[in-house]
Design a protein around this ligand. Structure first.
Ligand code: GLU
Length: 488
């Protein structure tokens, strides 16, 4: 049996992190088993579905590296892969169920259903359909249809007990009487989610349905429908909810909920994938940083936890930093570039002309940023006018602690700048700096703090010998002269 799984987003917004995790687990499961990953667009909610949303979901899926084997754009043997294009098939299956008496037409209007619900709630009963139209005679149905009375089509839930396999929760058994005679077709003829999802999963030969736990309430309805249609029931895996820090369902209140926002904030793609996988799954209970290949090698649905997964933004940031640091500087530089452009620090042309320089800066900063978007603020000092470097209070206070500060800065100017002019790199400058300290019997902070204030205006930051190289001798000289005067 070939494993066939699907991700079935409704195009009603951006790709939600919970949806992305569902997609990833399906994708990984397919890859692990040499199976097929299907992408299906569930756009039956005409009012809320938009093409724009579909486009952005597909784009985010591609960004995450989840290419689909069948679905929009690639198509495949069981298309179309958009529910709005499959209506004829739904009507056909509905007609078959009506014919076989496994579904029936219901003429109850909204008024009757509302008062039924109110009555049941007043009696502390679970609101449910009371079967009023379950056994209308064929003549009565024909008469009311001919009279143009609107109707819905309901599924006729049989008696008995039903079970299904859930790879996360184990075997699930439910009593059919707990399931309402649910609506398959609305009075405007449009099919409902529980109906079309079964038609499609069956037609698309889906073997495993892995989806969010919020759909667990729907599964009994769907399993009963498979059986009514005489179709093989797929296996399920209901993935735990993603929770916010408040242990409630993740919402905008406690953090960003869409993948695109994290992308735009400059999270490395692989960190996003890794972090999403950690929401309900672990490689071995210890290793937190793992690759997509490791995921594919080890992913088992039965290892997914039942309990809700708490989405920890701090951990996400930490993971982002872990990935960013591992990147080759030229790769990292390319990913930081849009933020540098956006901040107005360099134009695309300047970045191209000075790509070697920019890569050097990025290399020196990689330890100090977690997101690509954090770079501009941390390197802003490089783009300040050399006569205008603003000293922050702490930097200046640190510099002024050292009695010999002016002398130190003058010594840097007179010994390190010529070295720099002669083409020294940061390592050689560092050696020269050490020699200077030894000669004058100064400790490193006596040199470091005034120099940092002079060159960057901040109390902390990248390696100072790197900074000297990035600025170059002329700019460094201006900054040193100015600090000698101002800090004297
Ligand atoms: N369209 C549904 C959703 O976005 C998918 C349900 C399913 O996977 O069965 O939640």
């Amino acid at each position: 049996m070939t494993v066939r799984v699907r991700y079935a987003p409704s195009p009603t917004g951006l790709l939600h992190v919970g949806g992305a995790r569902t997609a990833l687990f399906n994708w990984a499961w397919a890859r692990r088993h040499g199976g097929v990953f299907v992408l299906r667009i569930e756009d039956t909610d005409k009012e809320r579905s938009t093409e724009e949303s579909e486009r952005s979901i597909l784009e985010a899926m591609r960004w995450l590296g989840m290419e689909w084997d069948e679905g929009p754009g690639v198509e495949g043997p069981y298309g179309p892969y958009r529910q709005s294009e499959r209506n004829a098939r739904y009507q056909e299956l509905c007609a078959r169920l009506l014919e076989e008496g496994k579904a029936y037409r219901c003429f109850c209007d909204a008024e009757r259903l509302t008062s039924l619900r109110e009555q049941q709630m007043a009696n502390k009963e679970n609101p449910r359909y009371d079967g009023h139209c379950r056994d209308l005679s064929p003549e009565e149905v024909a008469r009311r249809m001919a009279a143009g009375e609107p109707y819905t089509v309901r599924f006729r839930v049989p008696e008995g007990e039903t079970r299904f396999t859930d790879h996360v929760r184990g075997e699930v058994v439910f009593q059919n009487k707990e399931v309402d005679d649910w609506v398959m077709l609305r009075s405007d003829g449009s099919p409902t989610y529980n109906f079309v999802v079964v038609c499609d999963d069956a037609d698309m030969k889906i073997t495993h349905v892995l989806r969010g736990e919020e759909h667990l309430v729907n599964t009994p309805k769907q399993v009963l429908l498979y059986e009514a249609l005489g179709l093989e029931v797929p296996e399920f895996g209901h993935l735990p909810l993603m929770l916010g820090a408040d242990k409630k369902k993740l919402s905008k209140r406690t953090g960003h909920t869409s993948v695109q926002v994290y992308r735009d904030l400059g999270y490395p793609r692989d960190a996003v994938v890794n972090f999403l996988c950690l929401q309900g799954w672990a490689l071995d209970g210890e290793t937190e940083v793992f690759s997509v290949d490791q995921l594919v090698e080890s992913f088992e649905v039965r290892d997914v936890s039942k309990g809700g997964a708490v989405f920890d933004p701090e951990k996400f940031l930490w993971l982002a930093g872990e990935y960013l640091r591992q990147e080759a500087p030229e790769v990292c530089a390319e990913r930081c570039a849009p933020y540098v452009i956006e901040a107005g620090q360099m134009t695309a042309e300047e970045l191209e002309e000075r790509s070697g320089w920019f890569q050097e800066v990025v290399r020196g900063m990689q330890e100090r940023v977690r997101l690509y978007s954090e770079l501009p603020e941390k390197i802003a000092f490089l783009f300040e006018g050399d006569e205008e470097v603003s000293y922050d209070e702490k930097a200046e206070k640190n510099a002024r602690k050292h009695e010999h500060r002016a002398e130190v800065l003058a010594a840097v100017r007179d010994t390190l700048l010529p070295t720099l002019e002669a083409g020294a790199d940061a390592a050689a400058l560092s050696e020269a700096g050490k020699a200077l300290l030894a000669e004058r019997e100064w400790k490193f902070p006596a040199l470091g703090q005034p120099l940092r204030c002079a060159l960057t205006g901040a109390a902390g930051g990248p390696d100072l010998f790197d900074v000297l190289v990035w600025l170059g001798p002329e700019r460094a000289r201006v900054r040193l002269e100015r600090a000698i005067e101002r800090l004297a």
